[in-house]
Design a binder for this molecule. Structure first.
Ligand code: G
Ligand code: G
Ligand code: MN
Ligand code: NA
Length: 250
């Protein structure tokens, strides 16, 4: 497959791949609580290619393993350069469930002299469909070590509530499809408010994804949402731009 071949080249060439960082803010929108690392690929001929297009190919071909390792190393490097910063990393199911995931992650964290507390791993509900005992032990081990776990795209998968009973996580990220219907469809407000209340009663933090308008922010703040992410607050930023934002008092 052509895309897979080009991705393999990009991994060796480096420079075509980059991590961008999207700020995650408190509900006032004023204070940065962390950032989410988002992969960007600029092909020398084809231009920018969305991770929505190449991540599935990387998963089919197994390239997600070296690619995921690259993402972890870049994020560790960033964490080393910004000691107070919490960085959320997207981890694909295949990568998360690969036998060496914990070892690779730990090695990179130790190499860069950072604390596991600086990293949050974003997994999707589909991970939890894997071998249940193995997933549970891995989550427990990661959290004992100090990593935080976020459940990404929350609300779009299956039987979310069942998973919350079984698996220890720290944060729920409410999928942007719900956020975008706030104030438009009454059910969306009801669902978002309930997820926030439910999450809080389970001791979890709630992040809203895809916040694009001030009225969405106000609704989320009123519902007690802990963290906001979206174009209203900031789009994903290249490293140098993020450095400028971190230097500026907000
Ligand atoms: O940044 P953007 O909206 O284009 O991302 C599209 C999708 O790609 C999202 O679902 C996002 O979680 C995923 N994605 C972005 N960066 C990474 C990454 O580093 N690793 C994995 N596995 N997925 C990523
Ligand atoms: O699946 P995941 O939540 O990791 O996807 C994150 C993706 O969402 C990123 O690729 C990012 O570019 C995109 N994104 C971030 N903020 C917004 C937003 O406010 N609106 C929309 N439509 N997409 C966003
Ligand atoms: Mn994510
Ligand atoms: Na998401």
């Amino acid at each position: 497959q052509l895309l897979a071949e080009e991705l393999r080249l990009a991994l060796n060439r480096s420079g075509d791949l980059a991590l961008w960082y999207q700020p995650i803010m408190d509900s006032s929108g004023q204070n940065m609580l962390g950032v989410e690392a988002l992969l960007r690929w600029t092909h020398p001929v084809w231009g920018s290619i969305s991770p929505a297009d190449f991540i599935p190919v990387a998963e089919e071909t197994g390239l997600i393993l070296p690619l995921g390792d690259w993402v972890i190393r870049q994020a560790c490097l960033m964490a080393q350069r910004c000691p107070g910063l919490t960085i959320s990393i997207n981890v694909s199911p295949l990568q998360f469930l690969s036998p060496n995931f914990f070892a690779h992650l730990s090695a990179s964290v130790q190499q860069h002299g950072i604390s596991p507390h600086q990293l949050e791993l974003e997994i999707t509900e589909s991970v939890l469909l894997g071998e249940q005992q193995q997933v549970l032990e891995l989550l427990q081990r990661l959290r004992r070590t100090g990593y935080r776990i976020a459940l990404d795209d929350f609300g779009t998968g299956y039987s979310s509530l069942n998973y919350l009973m079984q698996f220890p996580v720290d944060t729920l990220k409410i999928d942007r499809c719900f956020i975008q219907l706030l104030g438009i469809q009454a059910q969306a407000n009801a669902i978002v408010e309930s997820v926030i209340a439910l999450g809080h009663s389970l001791g979890l933090r709630i992040t809203a994804e895809g916040v694009e308008t001030e009225s969405q922010r106000l609704a989320l703040a009123a519902a007690g949402c802990d963290k906001l992410q979206g174009f209203l607050l900031s789009p994903p930023q290249p490293v140098e731009k993020l450095f400028l934002m971190l230097k500026q008092p907000s």
